[in-house]
Design a protein around this ligand. Structure first.
Ligand code: NAP
Ligand code: G4F
Length: 325
């Protein structure tokens, strides 16, 4: 085995997962390149702490030529395609754009890999949203897909095109089918972060209510910092394979709210208001992973449980809100 320092290119490095993956790969002594749109130079909050250690290359999943340039510049051994329009709610408002970025974006990266160097390994960020109106519970690598949003449909295209490029051209191309994973670096539009941030505002008397949509949806929530290790492990395999990554535990949005508010000494019933505008045209009601395959084959399992996740996010937002004052 060669001792050459490996190089990784991460699309979506400014996002939640991209930033944790960059931290993880730097600790493994990788040279890390991040693909970044010009517009995101304004928002490097998640990677501010490692700006001196990573190299940024400009590019956009909408522009294949930019991906070819970026891959030529970075010369990566591994590409992690984490970039996407990743907010399910927004995907009904921007269905075509979501298809372009989240769906066709993946094939643009795969084509760029084929053109520049087909030996580069490719990771695709697939999603439990592809299971949608679930056909069985818990969901495994063989559960049939039934997406319920333009986002889910776009992710399904990206997933199958990854499988097809593996089978058609022999690329080392894998998909991690990840269930919801959260952290203090999560965007404020996603429900867990919206809850912890708003609860912290309420606790510090800077907000009076928390407006939410469907409290009955259940999600299998894990910690993003744990999940990036699974991505990397999949890329170290001899043969490319897809895996489901999750905790195997599921909770409703209501339970998450209750957990966080109770932790901060608040009664959620006094503050939560249901806002019909936040209901989605179609809902994914229940997600629960069977992640026994990844545990058996790669020895991966989550380190942070649901309660610890809710608390670490609440603590981080209490500090963030206090700092913003
Ligand atoms: P995120 O925080 O929303 O990050 C998305 C990233 O994509 C950002 O860095 C964003 O950059 C970039 N991006 C968006 N459009 C782009 C474009 N046209 N060209 C290049 N970059 C673009 O998402 P995340 O939670 O880290 O998730 C990472 C990936 O995993 C996504 O593909 C998501 O769909 C998927 N996924 C997430 C979860 C989860 O629970 N978090 C579960 C399953 C799958 P800007 O800074 O420029 O906006
Ligand atoms: O936090 P969410 O917006 O995440 P969602 O839709 O499950 O998608 C996330 O996880 C996927 C993996 O399964 C990723 F692929 C995707 O990129 C993203 O990271 O919503 C979770 C649940 C939904 O059922 C939603 O209807 O929370 C419900 N919800 C209730 N009130 C709300 C709200 N969601 C949001 N964002 N905001 C609310 O006020």
């Amino acid at each position: 085995m060669s001792n050459k320092r490996k190089t990784a290119l991460i699309t979506g490095i400014t996002g939640q997962d991209g930033s944790y993956l960059a931290d993880f790969l730097l600790a493994k002594n990788y040279a890390v390149y991040g693909l970044e749109r010009r517009s995101s130079q304004k928002d490097r909050q998640n990677i501010q702490h490692i700006m001196g250690k990573i190299k940024m290359v400009s590019g956009d999943l909408l522009d294949e030529a930019s991906l070819v340039h970026a891959i030529r510049e970075a010369k990566p051994d591994e590409i992690y395609n984490l970039a996407a329009q990743s907010f399910v709610g927004e995907s009904w408002k921007q269905p075509v754009y979501t298809g372009e970025v989240t769906g066709l974006g993946a094939v643009r990266v795969l084509e760029a890999v084929r053109q520049v160097d087909p030996k580069i390994k490719f990771y695709q960020a697939s999603s439990s949203e592809m299971f949608g109106a679930v056909r069985e519970t818990p969901q495994t690598e063989t559960t049939p897909f039934y997406p319920r949003s333009p986002y889910g449909v776009a992710k399904l295209y990206a997933h199958w095109i990854t499988v097809n490029y593996r089978e058609s051209y022999g690329l080392f191309a894998v998909s991690g089918i990840l269930f919801n994973h959260e952290s203090p670096r999560r965007g404020l539009e996603f429900v867990t972060r919206k809850i912890t941030y708003t609860a912290a505002l309420i606790k510090q008397r800077r907000a009076k209510e928390l407006r939410l949509g469907n409290l009955d949806a259940s999600r299998d929530w894990g910690f993003a910092g744990d999940y990036v290790e699974a991505m990397w492990l999949m890329m170290q395999e001899k043969k490319p394979r897809d895996f489901v990554i999750g905790t195997g535990e599921t909770h409703t949005v209501r339970e998450f709210v209750e957990e966080v508010f109770l932790y901060l000494g608040l009664d959620y019933k006094k503050y939560v208001k249901i806002d019909k505008k936040l209901l989605r045209p179609a809902e994914v009601n229940y997600l629960k992973a069977d992640a026994s395959h990844v545990q058996r084959e790669l020895g991966w399992k989550p380190k942070t449980d649901y309660k610890a996740l809710a608390r670490l996010m609440a603590d981080a937002d209490m500090a963030a809100v206090a700092h913003e004052r």
